[in-house]
Design a protein. Sequence first.
Length: 99
Amino acid sequence: MSTKQLLAEIERGINALQKAHALCLKAEAVAPKAKIPAAKTAPAKTGKATKVPAKKAAKSGVSDEGRAKIAAAQKKRWAKVRRAKNKAAKAALAVSAAK
């Protein structure tokens, strides 16, 4: 990809973000935030303090076995990259030593 193409793609992205920003501002102006009455935000004054359980984070749909397979595949990919890098470094050393 040439520099001109890259800059054109960046400009398109910037324009899209500016349009989205303008739409958000327009939507916010049309529908202002609703005010929550103070009575609803304050806890009820009873003798017992109720503790609301925190929401659990949503689990992804990937099983433990799937995660292990993904991790193994990623390690294999990185090992391949490292082998190629080491091979190139050794070749460079051999060329420089031969001179």
